[in-house]
Write a protein that binds this ligand. Structure first.
Ligand SMILES: *Cc1c(COP(=O)(O)O)cnc(C)c1O
Length: 223
């Protein structure tokens, strides 16, 4: 726990430095601290250090940790960065401020219905399967335009795109590709870059980097 504040300061400094190098204002990049698998004490340590944006990849785990914290920290912002099943949509909309993993028509439909019902409107990013990997979630690049059109028909406002490039490749061309898509579609937010590659992502135009390990340390089981 003791290293969390130090790690946050280090990452924040690196983000600022990378922004400067690339002629971007530091405020253009938001650090989303990915606290999945880490206990609430780790989140508390990050909060004490001033961190307010967090990412979790499971609805139930996020609810257990963050529901009590959200009332204590009204400016806390929670991002869902893992797959969302339609039977968890109700709880996800109650809890998350940003859902980064909108990736299929059935989910778009369920989100549209439930958002109207709850009158709560988390910001939405579409997850793009940027390298068309068969095992990976996300909308295929060639289906993106049609999917966005469908979302808009359902009344969903899309704010950005998110991707996870292949683990065994240079991420830079994939980041560049995602940025081109966002620019073409007029989408402002770009969630890309993790512990190992957030600097490349910032150079390519990321507005949100999702950093876990470099802040909270290793996870027992990678997911
Ligand atoms: C776990 C996870 C991260 C954080 O990865 P680190 O390598 O620990 O920084 C970022 N994005 C997604 C979608 C994740 O699942």
């Amino acid at each position: 726990m003791t290293h969390i504040a130090e790690n946050l300061a280090l990452i924040t400094a690196k983000i600022e430095e990378t922004c400067q190098k690339n002629g971007r204002p530091p405020a253009a990049v938001t650090l989303v601290a990915v606290s999945k698998t880490h206990p609430i004490e780790a989140v508390e340590a990050a909060l004490a250090a001033g961190q307010r944006m967090f990412g979790e990849n499971r609805v139930q785990e996020a609810a257990t940790k963050f529901a009590p914290l959200k009332s204590r920290f009204p400016d806390l912002e929670l991002h869902l960065i893992g797959p969302l099943q339609t039977n968890k949509v109700h709880e996800a909309i109650r809890l998350f401020d940003v859902i980064e993993t909108l990736d299929r028509p059935k989910l778009a439909d369920a989100l549209a219905t439930e958002m109207k019902k709850q009158e709560r409107f988390p910001r939405l990013y579409i997850e793009v399967n940027i390298a068309a990997e068969p095992q990976k979630a996300g909308v295929l690049p060639e289906n993106l335009d049609a999917f966005i059109a469908l979302c808009r028909e359902l009344g969903l406002k899309i704010d950005g795109l998110m991707c996870l490039p292949p683990v065994d490749q240079d991420p830079a061309p994939h980041f560049a590709q995602l940025r081109l898509m966002a620019t073409r579609l007029g989408l402002a937010e770009l969630s890309m870059g993790m512990s190992a590659d957030f600097e490349e992502a910032i150079a390519a135009g990321a507005t949100h980097v999702r950093v876990g390990t470099a802040i909270f340390g290793d996870r027992d089981k990678p997911r």
